[in-house]
Design a protein around this ligand. Structure first.
Ligand code: ADP
Length: 195
């Protein structure tokens, strides 16, 4: 199972990815999580990425492509992976194709969680409230200003990635406004018809 999950910030990619990990036993590769780990560990990549991420902008393509290249070679990816938050630019999508080609692999599916933009800010606020209530640390980019930049980056740089896969007839759209269980069921159906 080699899968890409696309969708704006707050679309529910992380929630659905966690369910797919359980069901299919393949790892979730989230470039956001990898970068946050690099920031926390103060690695050279983390030091380079921190300000960009806090502001809500995109980290340079070569940085995330390098992270994914390294990760795809790990033994736990032998049976597949769920990419969450990558590719986020058309250049990343092209790089992914090359990285897979080099390994003799192709994607099984590219799923886009489509969500009304108006719902996204509310979802972000809800996530912040829930994290606080649970005593957790709120993400530095989960604030109204950075979230606005994240949505702008999505519109300008990531929406063209959906168009890129749609042109190649590789894209399946999923209604991300439905309740979580229904989204999961729709993803299951899309994956069984993808074979
Ligand atoms: P979101 O909840 O907005 O989908 P992520 O956790 O996926 O957030 O990513 C958080 C931040 O990490 C992004 O705003 C961006 O700065 C950086 N990032 C993550 N993935 C990528 C990527 N593929 N290309 C460039 N930057 C990325």
């Amino acid at each position: 199972m080699r899968l890409v999950l696309l969708g704006p910030p707050g679309a529910g990619k992380g929630t659905q990815a966690a369910r797919l990990v359980e069901k299919h036993g393949v790892p979730q590769l989230s470039t956001g999580d990898m970068l946050r780990a690099a920031v926390a560990a103060k690695t050279p990549i983390g030091l380079r990425a921190k300000e960009i991420m806090d502001a809500g902008a995109l980290v340079p393509d070569e940085v995330v492509i390098g992270l994914i290249d390294e990760r795809l070679g790990a033994s736990d990816c032998a049976n597949g992976f769920i990419l969450d938050g990558f590719p986020r630019t058309v250049a990343q999508a092209e790089a992914l194709r090359e990285l897979l080609e080099r390994r003799g692999l192709t994607l099984d599916a590219v799923l886009e969680l489509a969500v009304d933009e108006g719902a996204l800010v509310d979802r972000m606020r809800k996530r912040v409230d829930e994290t606080r209530a649970a005593g957790g640390a709120v993400r530095a980019d989960d604030n109204p200003e950075s979230f606005k930049t994240r949505l702008e980056a999505y519109r300008a740089q990531t929406a063209p990635v959906s168009a890129h896969y749609a042109r190649r007839s590789e894209l399946t759209k999923i209604d991300g406004m439905a309740p979580i269980e229904e989204v999961t069921a729709e993803i299951d159906r899309a994956l069984s018809s993808a074979g």
